[in-house]
Design a protein around this ligand. Structure first.
Ligand SMILES: Nc1ncnc2c1ncn2[C@@H]1O[C@H](COP(=O)(O)OP(=O)(O)OP(=O)(O)O)[C@@H](O)[C@H]1O
Length: 449
């Protein structure tokens, strides 16, 4: 959507502008009386206000326009206000720019120049709206969601936490390394939350999910018409993260050619949108994460050494769960309590055998796997004690054990489902996420029919 509000007491100006602007804007509203400005702006999201400087007959000081400009900018800082002025008032137009007007056009105007001015004013307003929305979203999230704590009492987690606290306040680039599911994203959030930039946005980009062709557009933005699908101006993640933190997750998945483009933006601290020519300075704190060994990748010429040096001023290694034995039970209890509340299961505890099983397992999927395992157990539990047979881990050390577990797991799940829905195979099958026929077959195979 692109909406423009025109304020001029000359009705001939309205009809001329409507004809010129109609192909370029979705919605054009014209007002003759500035007293209606604020009421009109309150009803719709406007991107541009095209504002004359004089409205009262006989008055041509331009001060009226300045007064309205101030009023509009006070309430709607994201709207681009473009002033219309006669030759004699160029000085006033300069004052208007100082007060936040985006630009001014001289009457009588040149149509091409008018359109170019309004197009860049529109682009600016769209970008400001996006940033505003993102900030509002971040604020809303902050007020509803308490910052998720990093749980753990092991020495390695304590060491990691004290390193986070030490480096978060500085503006250094941070590289977070560790296996899948260890909590790297949580660490990135903690760094941002404890930094001086906490009131600004933490913008996340999954580098593994960004396609080669859309990389620049995603990160740096594009201008309308830059390529076939660029129907609208787009603000990139770098610009969205301006003054805040940019979190580049899975940075090890970035192709070698794209690494050079990323490095250039990081080195110059500025970007240019695809199809644009304006250089936009960006002030970001960079946090990256990977589960890969980037040093090894540098040796294998898969990762640029200069990029690695730029991103890892400080490295935070998140230890795998199997190396923080003390934390398994602490985390298991933490998830159990949260999930028991979520699924309205009252107060739950683990049996001794269940605790032993949790401690003995090697957790290849780390905290994420533990969390899912506890979630399943909580859902399936029907007494206040979680027994070891409810703790079905998804992977195991070797295939024979894994097969055994899978079979056992299937049997337990089917029994649970049948207990919950006695004599109702359809409901049990639905709960298990399989068809009725598949459930019959499995029951037959397991001798449960
Ligand atoms: N120490 C912790 N305390 C509480 N919750 C944790 C902890 N570590 C991880 N988690 C939880 O485990 C899940 C996985 O964590 P996260 O997504 O941060 O891992 P990751 O290392 O970024 O994973 P991946 O490499 O797959 O992207 C999340 O739900 C997270 O909240």
């Amino acid at each position: 959507m692109s909406n423009i509000l025109i304020i001029d007491d000359n009705l001939a100006v309205h009809s001329t502008l409507e004809i010129i602007l109609e192909p370029h804007f979705d919605n054009i509203t014209c007002l003759a009386d500035p007293l209606n400005i604020m009421g009109t702006l309150a009803t719709e999201t406007y991107h541009i206000v095209l504002l004359d400087m004089n409205f009262s007959p006989g008055l041509n000081t331009g001060r009226e326009g300045i007064r309205w400009l101030k009023k509009i900018k006070e309430t709607y800082p994201q709207i681009s206000v473009v002033m219309m002025t006669a030759y004699g008032h160029v000085e006033l137009a300069v004052d208007a720019l100082k007060l936040g007007a985006t630009d001014f056009i001289l009457k009588p105007w040149d149509n091409r120049k008018l359109l170019a001015t309004l197009k860049s004013a529109l682009q600016l307003s769209i970008s400001k709206n996006e940033v505003k929305q993102l900030k509002e979203k971040a604020e809303a999230l902050k007020s509803t969601e308490v910052f998720p704590d990093i749980i753990g009492e092991s020495q390695s987690i304590k060491n990691m936490m004290s390193l986070i606290e030490k480096v978060a306040k500085t503006d250094t680039n941070i590289l977070i390394t560790g296996e899948n599911g260890t909590g790297k994203e949580l660490v990135a959030k903690a760094v941002h939350h404890l930094s001086k930039r906490q009131k600004e946005s933490l913008v996340e980009v999954d580098m593994g999910a960004v396609s080669e062709t859309l990389f620049e557009s995603e990160l740096f933005g594009h201008v309308k018409g830059a390529f076939t699908d660029a129907h609208q101006d787009r603000i990139g993640k770098f610009e969205l993260a301006n003054k805040g933190s940019l979190f580049l997750d899975e940075i090890g998945n970035l192709s070698f050619s794209l690494q050079a483009k990323l490095l250039a933006a990081l080195q110059n601290r500025q970007i240019t949108k695809v199809g644009g020519n304006k250089v936009i300075p960006v002030d970001i704190r960079l946090i990256s994460a990977t589960n890969k060994n980037l040093f090894k990748m540098v040796e294998d010429e898969e990762f640029r050494q200069d990029l690695l040096y730029r991103i890892n001023t400080i490295q935070i290694e998140v230890p795998p769960l199997r190396e923080r034995d003390d934390d398994v039970i602490v985390l298991a209890n933490h998830f159990k309590d949260i999930l028991a509340k979520k699924y309205e299961k009252g107060t739950l505890s683990f049996s001794q055998k269940a605790e032993d099983k949790l401690k003995a397992y090697h957790w290849p999927g780390n905290v994420r796997e533990l969390q899912h395992t506890i979630e399943r157990a909580v859902i399936l539990s029907d007494s206040d004690t979680i027994s070891d047979d409810l703790l079905m881990t998804t992977a195991s050390e070797n295939t024979s054990v894994q097969t055994l577990n899978m079979v056992k797991m299937e049997e337990v799940l089917i029994k649970k489902a049948m207990q919950k829905h006695p004599k109702n195979v359809s409901a049990a099958a639905e709960e298990l996420g399989i068809t009725r026929q598949t459930l019959y077959n499995k029951m037959k195979k397991l001798g449960l029919d």
